[in-house]
Design a protein around this ligand. Structure first.
Ligand code: SAH
Ligand code: SF4
Ligand code: F3S
Length: 441
């Protein structure tokens, strides 16, 4: 296995954190067979794009990137170009037909095969496709090559069985399956001994984790008991699987962050039903109240889609109304984008682009107002922040996040990345807080 023609590889990662984690897994595999990572395109013998298919614009980015790589390959014919991740599944036929210079196409469940496939390609120079989805692959006991940062991504389950009608993920990533608690705990122990301060548990549907009668709350409790785990986050949960047991576990453990990503998608019951989201707006609001009752000061973020097929102005007003009632700390907002294979793409009542754009603008404006309100209310409070990086605007300041997921800028003092320090919030501008270090909280 060691005499690969292609020694140096580069991976570009697009999409969600699951892809970031998968790229680290692939790095682990490639390093093991003696390949070396580079971040310089010209130095790479093999370039892999780990792709995302969630919206059309995610895909167009990849198409234009592949166009650039094709030009590169004209001058360097031995360069291997690989497409990994969610688009591999979706676009293999198109890639084979229209982009024959793509050498390797690998779906998210096929990464174990990379070494074998690179070897095979070196022998016969033919394009190789492996996009079979697995009911079992969870990459148990395969240690990823983690980035040089404070946070370790730990993937605990893969796939999604929810089939929201707008979403391509169940088709690109296949069926839900969970890793054993033992292997997750082992991986986290290793990450802690390697110096990672924060652990983020990942899954497309992280809280539908289920392994031998243990649910996500059980797993979270177990992880929080691992020696040396300073902070735990998780993403992305589905509102249907957030229950009181989980909230109680979160409230009971200091090292589990008081932050929940709680994706609303729409505030109209008619649209929620058409989306197959399996909850009503009343249930959603009830759960928000429970969250805030059980975990006071819990940071709440959300995802919202505007312009889903059939969304009337009244439906959109319902979304704004729920936002006004809940007041999320932050929101990721999207214009609906029809995706192949999905039910919603077949609906006849698609919404015009200009209306989507107007609704998106209005929604973003409202969210900005709520974010600022939340942040202003934080002035004068005491928070613990984990220092993550240097401030983008000043080399004399660190940027760190509070437990509830707000960014705070502080003087560097004698602190370092990965330190957790107590601060008093002194100012709020837009999405950023400013703070000063204090003795203790
Ligand atoms: N599993 C996660 C979602 C992952 S996708 C969850 O259920 O929350 C992240 C977000 O992308 C979704 O929450 C949704 O808001 C958005 N999204 C997914 N498909 C989309 C589409 N076809 N058009 C626009 N936004 C979409
Ligand atoms: Fe997509 Fe819905 Fe699954 Fe999230 S829960 S990945 S939105 S199908
Ligand atoms: Fe994109 Fe796949 Fe993640 S479609 S959002 S990379 S699961």
């Amino acid at each position: 296995m060691n005499n690969h023609l292609h020694k140096t590889y580069l991976i570009e990662t697009y999409g969600c954190q699951m892809n970031v984690a998968d790229s680290e897994l692939v790095e682990g595999i490639l390093n093991k067979i003696g390949m070396q990572k580079t971040t310089v395109v010209d130095d790479a013998d093999a370039i892999f794009l780990n792709t995302c298919a969630i919206r059309e614009n995610a895909e167009s980015k990849i198409h234009s990137r592949l166009g650039n790589l094709y030009k590169l390959k004209l001058n360097k014919p031995e360069l291997i170009i690989g497409v990994l991740g969610c688009m591999a599944q979706n676009l293999k036929d198109d890639l084979l037909k229209n982009k024959p210079y793509v050498d390797i196409i690998l779906g998210p469940d096929s990464y174990r095969n990379i070494p074998m496939l690179i070897n095979r390609h070196n022998l016969d120079k033919k394009s190789i496709v492996d996009t079979k989805l697995s009911r079992f692959e969870v990459y148990e006991n395969m240690f990823p090559k983690r980035g040089d940062t404070f946070n370790a991504w730990v993937s605990i389950m893969r796939g999604c069985d929810k089939f929201c009608t707008f979403c391509i993920v169940p088709f690109t990533r296949g069926r839900e399956r969970s890793r054993s608690i033992d292997s997750i705990v082992q991986e986290i122990q290793r990450a802690v001994s390697d110096g990672f301060a924060e652990i983020t548990l990942l899954g497309q549907n992280v809280n539908s984790y289920n392994f031998e009668e243990k649910d996500f709350a059980d797993l979270l409790l177990e992880v929080s008991n691992i020696d040396g785990v300073k902070r735990i986050r998780y993403t992305s949960p589905h509102p249907q699987d957030i229950n009181e047991k989980l909230l109680e576990v979160m409230a009971s453990r200091e090292n589990i962050c008081n932050y929940i990503h709680f994706p609303l998608q729409s505030g109209s019951n008619k649209i929620l039903e058409k989306m197959n989201r399996t909850y009503s707006k009343e249930h959603f609001i009830y759960m928000v109240k429970k969250i805030r009752e059980i975990i006071p000061n819990c940071g709440l973020s959300t995802d919202i889609i505007v312009g889903f097929p059939g969304e009337t102005d009244d439906d959109f007003r319902d979304t704004l109304q729920v936002m006004n009632e809940v007041k999320f700390n932050s929101a990721f907002t999207f214009k609906y984008s029809p995706r192949p294979y999905t039910k919603a793409a077949q609906f006849s009542d698609q919404i015009e682009e200009t209306i989507k754009k107007e609704r998106l603008d209005e929604l973003i404006k409202l969210q900005k107002k709520h974010t600022l309100e939340h942040n202003l209310a934080k002035i004068g409070t005491f928070q613990k922040i984990l220092i993550e990086k240097e401030s983008k605007k000043s080399i004399n300041h660190w940027a760190g996040r509070t437990d509830s997921n707000e960014w705070v800028i502080v003087d560097k003092n004698n602190n370092n990345i990965k330190d957790i320090i107590p601060v008093e919030i002194t100012n709020a501008t837009g999405v950023i807080l400013h703070g000063k270090q204090i003795e203790s909280v």
